[in-house]
Structure formats: C-alpha cells, structure tokens
Design a protein around this ligand. Structure first.
Ligand code: VGL
Ligand code: ZN
Length: 209
C-alpha cells in the first residue's frame, strides 16, 4: 500500500505565520491535487505546549536561531509556534483534509523536540505513525509538506531507516531556509535512497513501486 504523509501543513509555517516557510502556501494546491493517487493519507501536526523547550522565549537571554542543550541533545531555538489549541497550530485553511485518515500530533513533550513524524529527536518515543502504517501494510511513503529542511527531512530519514520506500515531491515542499536549502536537502535524501519527483510524475512512480 502507498501512503501520502502530509507533514506540518499548519498556519504558523505559512507566510505570515510565526515560523514562516517562504512560499509554504504554494504547496497546498499541489498537495490537494495529488491526494487521490494514494491509498492512505496521514497528516502530522506540530503540537507544542506553551513551555516547550524549543521556544527561544523559554530560555532567558536566548533568541531564535541560538542553540541550547535540551536533555542532552543540541536544539536550535525557534520562535513560539504551533502552540496547542492556538490558531497557528491549525491546518492550513485551504488544505483538503477529507481524505486524511489519521492525524499524528508531535512535539508535545516540553523536554524534547520531535521533527520526525515517527520519533522524537532522541528516538526515545514513537509517535504511533510506524505502527499505523504497518497495520495498513504500507511499504511506500511519499512525503510532502513543511519544512523540507527540518520536519520533512527527519521524517524521510526515519522512514528509510524503518525500511519504507520513500519519495519526495519537489513542488509539494519548501524549506524554511529557502531554495538552496531545499535543493541541498533533496540531494541528501536522494543520496540516502529516496526518490525525488515532480507532482506530474507521481502516477508513474506509484505504478512502478
Ligand atoms: C518544524 C521547526 C520547528 C517543521 C517544526 O515542521 O519543519 N520546524 N518545528
Ligand atoms: Zn516545532
């Protein structure tokens, strides 16, 4: 079975949001259009408590972009974003959620961040995504969403490590650090074994896989 993973397509990651990804909104029509090609669609939702350790505001004297040690792991600090129940944590208004069968919330533990949709950043706790996909006999995952260089990247690396065949859709993701970061990330993921396609090429890869 083929699954499409929608990573963190939330208001705070869109232009105008607190952790905006340049052109993040441009992926939405593409994501909506490709959903019909997949057996299963799952969404992840960054879902932080107010006191989350990844927020610069929770570290006196620190600002976004600074690094701290969080429970022994290096953590880049971000502006407050995707706070539970806040508007910024909502899925993008124009995102079609009708075919989304499961929503995986992540980043809920204040002491550790969770970039990947599968595990926290220390691989200590699973989110339930792998279990769900296994239950549905999924062997191939196509990963889209925000941000390419953070949560999409970590999700793709974990998916490959877990043994899934992985595809990225170039025009259905954007990087928080811009186009060069997007290209660097896609190059890295391709080297690690992922396939990178354009949305127009999805039907072909799904037939072959
Ligand atoms: C993300 C930074 C912090 C993401 C989430 O979804 O890529 N980036 N939290
Ligand atoms: Zn976050």
């Amino acid at each position: 079975m083929n699954a499409l993973l929608l990573i963190d397509i939330q208001k705070d990651f869109l232009p105008g949001g607190s952790l905006e990804v340049p052109e993040g909104d441009k992926i939405i029509p593409v994501v909506n259009e490709i959903q019909e090609y997949f057996d299963i669609v799952v969404a992840t939702q960054d879902w932080h408590p107010e006191d989350h350790g990844s927020f610069a505001s929770n570290h006196p004297g620190k600002k976004p972009g600074d690094k701290v040690a969080l429970d022994g792991v290096e953590q880049i600090l971000w502006p407050d974003h995707c706070i539970q129940q806040s508007e910024g944590a909502e899925f993008a208004d124009d995102l079609n959620m009708e075919r989304v069968q499961n929503i995986i919330k992540k980043g809920t533990d204040p002491d550790i961040d969770s970039y990947s949709g599968f595990f926290d950043n220390k691989h200590r706790r699973a989110t339930g995504l792998h279990e769900y996909l296994r239950e549905k006999d999924v062997d191939t995952v196509t990963i889209v969403g925000l941000a390419a260089d953070v949560c999409v990247r970590y999700t793709a690396l974990d998916a490959m490590e877990l043994g899934y065949k992985v595809f990225l859709v170039r025009n259905a993701t954007r990087a928080v650090d811009g186009d060069e970061a997007l290209e660097n990330t896609l190059r890295e993921l391709r080297k690690e074994g992922a396939g990178v396609v354009d949305s127009s090429g999805i039907k072909d890869i799904l037939i072959d896989s």
